[in-house]
Design a binder for this molecule. Structure first.
Ligand SMILES: [Zn+2]
Length: 127
């Protein structure tokens, strides 16, 4: 058994976190999951060039998937905080940093850590 490198751990974690948020938004369909896989594959290359960036990978994968979904699916994840007005997507903050969060710039609030969207506002019930 090969030991799992910190880089692989970070990539696995990023994949799991973003998938959890997709499930929370009920968009984790097969083609969407493959978008996550694509992003993780690209970020594997990226983090090989820059191992210190491992802790930023979750935020980057989230942004990659967000961009890819915008073309195929639409805005994701929709803001669960603002009850009225135009539906809008959350943003990742920091764009390149540790402990990335989803934020709503309209309301100026941190909504949830990446991977925790399901625990806020109308996501899948916690069991
Ligand atoms: Zn909002």
């Amino acid at each position: 058994m090969d030991p799992i490198s910190p880089m692989e751990q970070a990539l696995h974690a990023a994949r799991a976190l973003v998938l959890a948020d997709l499930v929370a938004g009920q968009v984790a369909e097969a083609d969407v999951v493959s978008l996550v896989e694509e992003s993780v594959a690209q970020r594997r290359w990226w983090v090989e060039q820059w191992p210190d960036g491992a802790e930023y990978v979750a935020g980057l994968v989230a942004q990659d998937v967000q961009d890819a979904l915008l073309d195929r699916y639409g805005r994701w994840p929709l803001c669960p905080v603002c009850g009225s007005g135009d539906p809008h997507a959350l943003d990742v903050e920091p764009e390149l940093g540790p402990a990335p969060h989803w934020v709503c710039h309209k309301a100026g609030v941190r909504v949830a850590a990446i991977g925790s969207l399901g625990s806020c506002a109308g996501g899948a019930p916690a069991s």
